[in-house]
Design a protein around this ligand. Sequence first.
Ligand code: 1CP
Length: 348
Amino acid sequence: MTEKKTILRALAGETQDVPPIWMMRQAGRYLPEYRATRAQAGDFLSLCYNPELAAEVTLQPIRRYGFDAAILFADILLIPQALGADLWFVTGEGPRLSTITSQAEVDALKPTDAIHDRLSPIYETVKILARELPKETTLIGFAGAPWTVATYMIAGRGTPDQGPAHTFKNEDRAAFSALMERITDATIEYLAAQIEAGAEVVKIFDSWAGSLNGADFQDFALAPTAKIIAALKARHPNVPIIAFPREAGDAYQGFAKATGADCVALDNSVAPDWAAQHVQVDGCVQGNLASAHMVTGGQKLIDETGAICRAFAGGPHIFNLGHGITPDADPENVQLMIDTVRSGNWRS
Ligand code: 1CP
């Protein structure tokens, strides 16, 4: 056995008796200690840009649960802000941004080099975490994938169907492609800086990949992710990368090979047995318990957690939810999920 951390072993392709575990949005509103620190910071963005407090909320779920990985506390919408978009959060509603709907607005964005002016506190958070995390815990940095980030920059908010982004893509392909390129370049520099500050793994969140089909999926979900991964691998060949093309469906198959990702994160619309056969054959997978179980708990949580562990037991697997935990989740259900995974009682 190597000394390597459990998450890094899974990402290197090792099959383990018990899969390592962490949870999307593990630092978040379901935790009373998170709500207290967020109140101390004043608001969500002030929390993101305060390295001491952002490191504190990143560490809270590690202290409480001993997850195998910590994910940097920040947000995918900090890149638009670093590129010059206005960004604010409306309490109870979500993010709002100035919109982009023309080539002139794309041209007015700040140059890629300028992003670090805004984002340097995030690198400071990473440095604190690299120092303070327990030796066995892996530090994950992240960014949004270009398509998902573009959907927010174009619409100025979250949308149920990413309608404004599809309209812009279909009506002004040149300006849309220019925007995608600007985000892609900025994301490469942002993730490289996180790695240089101490992130051991990075994850690319394409939350709205599922709204792209056919050639659009190839051009705007797969290709930009492949470009980011190639650029990062050229500079940091030993840093593993997790890609999350959420709700990609059949297009999960082959995604790791086509993009160079070391691991593909699965949402809970994917059947674990199908994914073991068609996705895990190419390497590590992460996922994919429905986050609703963190609200409802009980025997159903235990059964579903076990079924996922069994389905992926023949290959490299990192246990996680299929999407972020929600604010109405019960912290005790998170403990039940972890205990179920680590007990190994799910083995038949
Ligand atoms: O009120 C609060 O405290 C803010 C809630 C919150 C949190 C905890 C937001 C606002 N962002 C975050 C942190 C965050 N966001 C992390 C930190 C690390 C962790 O997982 O613990 C990460 C990785 C994200 C990523 C993120 N932000 C995504 C991709 C993943 C996903 O959930 O699909 C997306 C789409 C966002 C945008 C965003 N930020 C916040 C909200 C409420 C949203 C979604 C808005 C919408 O679509 O309407």
